[in-house]
Design a protein around this ligand. Structure first.
Ligand code: BGC
Length: 263
């Protein structure tokens, strides 16, 4: 049986690392979600070892896709604002490939992963035009899609609005740290989304991260945004499913190459 559509998805978060095997055709999980605490400090060695443990527990040797909370270019970490600074310039793909001993590894941004998953299987399914997903968590992540295709690595959580990094006033961590009410914070999110709307004119905003399960607390304060706004619908699974999707293209290319070499 050809099982090349089964890929292990790993979501690296600031507090938890989650992993499950994903059916990338259906966008569903075929195993339970296994969790490990993100080691503190969250160094490359510690995080990769934790992913290794999860992979081992799942007895997985197939392809792996990883969602990382920072910017990665050509397999190398450029920025990881919410993890240990030693990640910067780290060759994450090579490290994981060596440490996990699996057939294939792909790594991308965590919010891009959530955006891809929501666009294909969740709140953005079938939506034409421009879709912007923002995850309002420890940091703010962004994914920009047009007719289902991702423009990767947009990093719009660090957009300066009124001279301030958006992450400092519109993330969930900022709400908790400053003990803002939902209304105070909701108005900040409104200001952030209005700025994004001015730049990108999306047809749909999807709000992801833990707050996607609390839309009744703050959606009513998003009153200056003209585009439709909906909560993400895949919850925690979005990051895992989308991470697995990162590996689909590479796995197919590898299979083609093997076939060519065999003939
Ligand atoms: C990082 C993004 C990431 C987001 C959510 C931000 O601080 O710059 O790359 O997607 O946090 O984890």
């Amino acid at each position: 049986m050809n099982e090349s559509h089964l890929i292990l998805g790993v979501d690296i978060g600031g507090t938890t690392i989650k992993a499950a095997v994903v059916d990338t055709r259906k966008g569903t999980l075929t195993t339970d979600v296994l969790r490990a605490k993100t080691p503190q400090p969250a160094t490359p060695k510690g995080v990769v070892a934790a992913i290794g443990e999860l992979t081992k527990k799942l007895k997985w040797h197939g392809p792996v896709g990883v969602g990382f909370p920072g910017l990665i270019k050509h397999g190398v970490v450029r920025r990881a604002p919410n993890l240990d600074p030693s990640w910067v310039r780290h060759e994450i793909v090579e490290h994981l490939r060596r440490a996990l001993g699996v057939s294939y590894v792909a790594v991308g941004n965590d919010a891009d992963a959530a955006g891809l998953a929501e666009a294909r299987f969740g709140a953005g399914r079938g939506v034409r035009g421009t879709v912007v997903l923002v995850t309002l968590g420890t940091g703010i992540g962004s994914a920009v899609l047009h007719n289902g295709s991702l423009l990767p690595d947009t990093e719009l959580g660090h957009l300066e609005v009124g001279g301030q990094d958006a992450e400092k006033f519109a993330s969930t961590v900022a709400r908790k740290r400053n003990k803002w009410t939902w209304e105070q914070w909701g108005k900040n999110v409104d200001r952030y989304l209005t700025t994004l709307e001015y730049m990108l004119a999306p047809d749909l905003f999807i709000i992801g991260g833990g707050v996607s399960s609390d839309p009744e607390q703050f959606f009513r304060y998003l009153e200056n945004v003209e585009a439709k706004i909906v909560p993400a619908t895949m919850g925690n699974d979005a990051g895992i499913v989308g991470a697995a999707l990162f590996a689909v293209h590479g796995v197919k290319a590898l299979a083609r190459k093997r076939k060519r070499n065999a003939t």
